[in-house]
Design a protein around this ligand. Structure first.
Ligand code: G4P
Ligand code: NA
Ligand code: NA
Length: 190
């Protein structure tokens, strides 16, 4: 998506540890006109899929998912990161390991909001090692819903998450895939 790539080149900042800061337009301050175009692009790419629900994970996936959902006319449900899981059988639970934050989260979703009748589109802001997305895929599997695909705003193509998830047969659409980045250069996959 050219508009997004141009914006990353203009306003993205590369930080030590292969972190791309996009907090002036995507995940702290949010440029709603841009995110609206992102939502439209997800709809265009998944227009052939009978999506009934968009699933994301708190926090930064939520705003993007909500704007996209206005084009799909389906509810958004977001998985919650929780420190202490109440295993009462009412929740789907999975574990997500964050390499960036060096932490393991329990992630939960109420069984009320996802079931075998659903066709799910996953949406998130970043795909790096893939831990968040793999956790969401695990929740979809546990729910018996059909996974239609995943829409990612920025994929860091030099980390292994994208490859791993495509190898699982998941339809993965990333609007910008970064193949390499240094302080003064950033290369996108064609
Ligand atoms: P993974 O899910 O792909 O394995 O990512 P990883 O554990 O490495 O990253 C943990 C968090 O950092 C995720 O957000 C992920 O979206 C975000 N992240 C990963 N790489 C980058 C990057 O280069 N730039 C920015 N800005 N974020 C990155 P989170 O902490 O799970 O969620 P949230 O609360 O921020 O949404
Ligand atoms: Na995220
Ligand atoms: Na994030």
């Amino acid at each position: 998506m050219q508009l997004l790539k141009d914006r990353i080149l203009k306003d993205g900042v590369v930080k030590p540890g292969n972190i791309l800061k996009v907090d002036s337009f995507l995940n702290h301050q949010m440029d709603i006109d841009l995110i609206n175009e992102i939502g439209k692009e997800f709809k265009a790419r998944f227009s052939d899929c009978p999506i009934t629900k968009i699933l994301t994970i708190e926090a930064s996936g939520i705003g993007i998912a909500c704007i996209a959902a206005q084009y799909f006319h389906v509810p958004v449900v977001f998985a919650k990161k929780s420190q202490s899981v109440n295993l009462d059988g009412e929740m789907y639970c999975t574990k997500i390991e964050s390499f960036t934050h060096k932490k393991v989260y329990d992630v939960i979703l109420s069984k009320k909001f996802l079931g075998p009748e659903d066709h799910v589109l996953l949406i998130d802001d970043f795909l790096a090692n893939g831990c968040a997305l793999l956790g969401l895929i695990d929740i979809v599997k546990k729910s018996g819903a059909t996974l239609e695909g995943a829409g990612i705003v920025i994929e860091k193509g030099f980390q292994q998450g994208g490859q791993q998830i495509r190898d699982m047969g998941v339809r993965l659409e990333s609007l910008a895939i970064i193949d390499s980045m240094t302080d003064d250069s950033l290369t996108f996959r064609e």
